[in-house]
Design a protein around this ligand. Structure first.
Ligand code: GDP
Ligand code: MG
Length: 440
């Protein structure tokens, strides 16, 4: 009896969903945190509105407060917007691959160009040539040459009086002749985005047709980040972003602003002045820093883990008894969805690309999980515990309730049947068999 009571209470508590009031209250704090991290105001507004849409009605994890739950949802959404996966510079083109480095003056373009060259040479074993197109500042070309010596990467010899487009063409020409893999083109900047700068950079782009155009921006750029990113993306076309001075005190709100405005991936971060102070961008780390609520996020994650563990134990116990109902199947579907659905799961497997292709080839709809979950959700608890009850008229009702068809409902039932048959077989194998099947 106590077992059954516990079950009821468990389900009651689980039904606690985030109300609009819960969400609004928590999001007020979040908004302040984002503004303090220097995320642009317009981006904060859109972001908060989007999170609100997602959060209202979401289930609160047991032993977590609504506010904590919202923070966790915010964190997840932040990672989602920032890009979830890490992305490297693409070198996937016929050599010499031209990479154009653009950005405002002082953002760290020249330093970053040398760091990138250093990394490509050492990690990717690429033969890299650097060229400075900055003819505005007298010492700029010399600066790159000196950095090149430190990195042990050659720079294009300077021809006095030559203009950016001609330097760029010459760089590609010599790279072709001398068998270089990559050509990094460091451009001049301005203190602010202006017409002349955009025209100059666009002319270089047209001359060399870069494979990557990397926008370099100071992580401490505040409200201006949106304007800078938008202008460069619209006028020049950006393929990736590098944030510099991430070693500083700033919380890196510019990362969110720039990513939100351009949709371009942040690929690299600069974390110091030294040649090796260059890292791959990790969305979760920056999300944590922007939000500044890592302890809350950690707490909710722990709670979620312990519940998953509990659920897994319960399921294992039921499976031992040979019981596996639609409630269990639903739990599994939800679990899979949390991991990003079929595509997300595929992404975690080795050979992700092939698996995704196979899913596409097999015509498997990624929304299938959600649909199956909706079908089970439209059943009564009784039906879920005892699927044999589901007759033709119930099937019609379930299909209507979930916006699907009776064949869809049949498919879910068939799947459940196959799984419960499998469970029974596993049970017959006994304990050692279950271990072999990885179900312990
Ligand atoms: P550019 O005008 O865009 O070419 O900028 P520079 O590459 O000349 O860099 C301007 C200054 O920022 C230099 O003093 C660099 O050492 C410094 N800098 C560049 N990247 C970083 C970084 O990631 N961290 C720190 N702390 N300083 C950086
Ligand atoms: Mg420079």
């Amino acid at each position: 009896l106590s077992d059954r009571l516990g079950d009821v209470f468990g389900r009651l508590r689980k039904r606690g969903a985030l109300s609009e009031k819960d969400v609004d209250e928590a999001l007020r704090e979040v908004r302040i945190a984002l503004l303090e991290a220097d995320v642009a105001l317009s981006v904060v507004k859109d972001f908060v509105a989007e999170v609100k849409k997602q959060a209202v009605g979401q289930e609160v994890v047991r032993s977590v407060s609504p506010a904590q739950m919202v923070v966790k949802i915010v964190n997840d959404h932040l990672i989602e917007v920032l890009g979830r996966e890490t992305e490297e510079l693409s070198l996937n083109a016929a050599p010499p691959v031209p990479i154009l480095i653009v950005g405002l003056q002082g953002s760290g373009k020249t330093t970053s160009t040398a760091k990138i060259a250093y990394r490509l040479k050492n990690r990717e074993k690429k033969k890299v040539l650097m060229a400075s197109l900055d003819v505005r500042r007298p010492a700029a070309q010399e600066q790159l040459r000196v950095l090149g010596e430190q990195a042990e990467v050659p720079t294009l010899p300077v021809v006095p009086g030559q203009m950016p487009v001609d330097i760029a063409k010459r760089a590609l020409q010599s790279a072709r002749l001398q068998g270089y893999d990559v050509v990094l083109l460091d451009t001049a900047g301005r203190l602010h985005v202006d017409e002349q700068l955009m025209q100059e950079v666009a002319a270089v782009r047209d001359a060399v047709n870069p494979h990557e155009t990397l926008l370099v921006a100071d992580a401490l750029t505040g409200q201006d980040a949106v304007n800078v990113a938008k202008q460069f993306d619209e006028r020049v076309g950006v393929t990736g972003i590098m944030l510099t001075r991430v070693d500083g005190d700033g919380r890196g709100g510019a990362a969110l602003s720039m990513r939100a405005v351009t949709g371009r991936p942040i690929k690299l971060i600069g974390v110091g002045e030294k040649m090796d102070a260059l890292e791959t961008f990790h969305p979760d780390r920056i999300a944590n820093r922007i939000l500044g609520m890592g302890d809350v996020v950690g707490l909710v994650e722990k709670a979620q883990e312990s519940i998953q563990e509990e659920d897994a134990k319960k399921l294992a116990a039921r499976m031992k008894k040979g019981e596996f109902d639609l409630e269990d199947l639903r739990g599994q579907l939800q679990q899979m969805q949390k991991m990003g659905g079929l595509e997300g799961l595929a992404g975690m497997l080795p050979g992700a690309r092939q698996v995704k292709q196979q899913l596409a080839d097999a015509n498997i709809d990624p929304k299938m999980l959600r649909r199956q979950e909706a079908i089970i959700g439209s059943m009564t608890p009784k039906e879920r515990r005892n699927p044999k009850l589901i007759n033709a008229s119930r099937k019609k009702r379930i299909a209507a309730g979930s916006g699907t068809t009776v064949p869809d409902v049949n498919r879910v039932l068939k799947q459940w049947k196959q799984m419960s048959v499998m469970m029974k077989k596993v049970r017959k194998l006994g304990k050692s068999g279950m271990m072999r099947a990885g179900l312990q």
